[in-house]
Structures are given as C-alpha cells and as structure tokens.
Write a protein that binds this ligand. Structure first.
Ligand code: CP
Length: 317
C-alpha cells in the first residue's frame, strides 16, 4: 500500500481486517515497526475520533504523530492552479506540501467538501494536491467524498458481529439532522460493504436525498425506510445531503429518526453510527442507550483500523 484514500488502495481487505483484529488482541505486537518514523496529521476541520485513534495507533507502532490544525492555526492555503494570490490565501499547497514531505514520512489529511460545487468536491482537489506535491504516502483522515478509515472500522465491527453461517442484511439509512452534511461516510460505507461482499446492502433515503450511484452500485436503493428495516441485522444510521440537488436537504423528514418502534421491525439489529451523533434528532436516546447500539465498539475499532493501515504503509516504505 502506497497511500490510503479509498478501497481502491487496499490489495486485500480480508488481510487488512485480520491485521486490525490481531492488533486489537495484541496492540503492541509491532511496537518498534514505526521506530524513527513520523506522521503529520493535518486537520482542516474538527475531529475527535480520527485524530486520537490515529495518534494512539501510531504510538502502538512506535511512530511519532504530530498534529497540525491547519484550519485553525495555519496559513490559509491556496489550491487553485495559476491563481493570482492577491486575496485571502497566504501560501500555495505547491509550496507547503513539499516542505511537509521533508518533515514527515507519512501525511494524514482531513478535508471536508464545500457542498456548493459538486465537480470541485468530487475532484478531491485538496487531497490530490497533497498527494501530488508532498512526495510521501498520504492517508485520508476523511476527504470531500470518502472516509476510508471509518469504513475500515465499520467492516471490522461487522466482521466481529456477523451472524454465523449466513450473509447479514445491512441497512444504511438516512437520518434527519439540523444541517446538511457531506456524503463521505455514506459513500464510503456503501463502497466498502459492496467491495467486501459478505453482506446484502440496502440503502434507504427519502426521495431526492440521493447518493452518487458510483458508490451504491451493488446495493438496493429504496425510499421506504420501514420496508428496508424489515429483517435487518445491522442498521447504519447517517445523515447526508443530496448528491443530485447538490448539498441540499429539501425537507427535514423528522419521521426518519431511528426509534425503538422502528427497530422492532428488524432482526434484533445492531445499530451503527460513525459519531458524533445528534441525540433525538438522528437517533433516539432510547436506541443509543440500548444494548442494540454498537457505536462505542465501532469508534473503539478506529484505533485498530488506523493501526492496520499505518503498519501496511510502514511495511511498504
Ligand atoms: N467519525 C469520525 O470521523 O469522528 P471525528 O470527526 O470525531 O474524527
């Protein structure tokens, strides 16, 4: 593995999941693998889980992780080609990224989409310019369209809780939110579950709050949440804004919040969410605080996902 930005960078998902589960059983199995190596973690947006789980994972491998909250503390970066920089941006990524490439062995980047310009967001301009100019392997800590470390943790969680002897039904359901959120987690989850191939995936969302079909290929898509929930083994709850009416959520759809009554339709489903979650908006507290919720396990698995990916990069560096 030379970079980690999507499922396409993973040669063998089963091997990566097994590696993560080995680290979960024995966190310090490779405690000197990253000795003398450094990863820079650049955040253009806030984070708790991604930032801390990646730092813990690096420490478990003996690697130093340095965090830079670019969005709050750094110079405002310019990403446009041939821009006349007489506005608010101070430094071009073409100048900044190669410097980071001399400070670190690996670079992790978190960016979010604008949700205003679909072509620009889906071109992954920020991430790709770091890949192009840093000259060192790049790990996505969530990009404009995908969140691969989250998805790997999600697959690890599904693997741990798989029913014996059959393919589980996994439902990715849209949930209400107070603001329009990116499509990254939903895109990425659909992409990884279909590539994994060990579950039946159903995506449920209100009419118009679509995802890019490039990511949902291989899943069934429905606008009937109750039908989707029937017999589900796992329910992944997530808000996203529309791909087709880009960045918009035309209606609030409060009836799409997952409640205990809705959960009764499932096959005693485990409930997943990437967090942070808006209680009693996206997911009712009664569900979150019930034994059905596996969100803490899922977030805990972020460490083992990050550790497996960093170990793979270290072995290939
Ligand atoms: N799920 C996730 O990425 O959480 P953070 O935004 O806190 O990193």
């Amino acid at each position: 593995m030379k970079k980690f930005t999507s499922i396409s960078d993973v040669a063998d998902l089963d091997t990566l999941v097994s590696s993560a589960l080995r680290y979960k059983a024995n966190p310090f199995a490779d405690k000197t693998l990253g000795s003398g190596k450094r990863i820079g973690l650049l955040f253009f947006n806030p984070s708790m889980r991604t930032r801390l789980s990646t730092q813990v994972a690096a420490a478990n491998l003996g690697m130093e992780a340095l965090v830079f909250n670019v969005g709050q503390e750094g110079w405002t970066l310019e990403f446009g080609e041939d821009t006349i920089m007489n506005g608010t941006t101070v430094e071009h990524v073409r100048d900044a990224a190669p410097i980071l490439g001399t400070y670190f062995d690996f670079l992790g980047i978190r960016t979010f989409p604008s949700l205003k310009n679909r072509e620009e967001d889906y071109s992954e301009q920020y991430l790709n310019q770091f890949i192009r100019y840093a000259g060192i392997p790049v790990v996505s800590l969530e990009s404009a369209t995908l969140h691969p470390l989250q998805s790997l943790a999600d697959i690890i969680t599904l693997t741990e809780l798989m029913p014996a002897g059959r393919k589980p039904k996994v439902v990715l359901t849209w949930a209400p939110h107070v603001k329009a959120l990116p499509q990254c987690v939903a895109n990425s989850f659909a992409q990884w579950v279909t590539a994994w191939g060990k579950a039946e995936l159903v995506v449920a969302h209100p009419q118009g709050i679509t995802l890019d079909s490039a990511f949902t290929r291989g899943a069934s898509v429905t606008h009937q949440q109750d039908e989707a929930l029937a017999g589900a083994d796992f329910v992944y709850v997530k808000n996203w804004s529309s791909f087709s009416d880009y960045g918009k959520i035309p209606d609030a759809h409060p009836g799409w919040m997952l409640t205990p009554a809705k959960l009764e339709r499932t096959n005693r489903a485990k409930v997943m969410h990437c967090l942070p979650v808006r209680r009693n908006v996206e997911l009712s507290s009664a569900v979150l605080d019930s034994p059905a919720s596996v969100v803490t396990r899922q977030a805990g698995n972020r460490v083992w996902a990050a550790q497996a990916v960093l170990a793979e990069l270290l072995k290939n560096s």
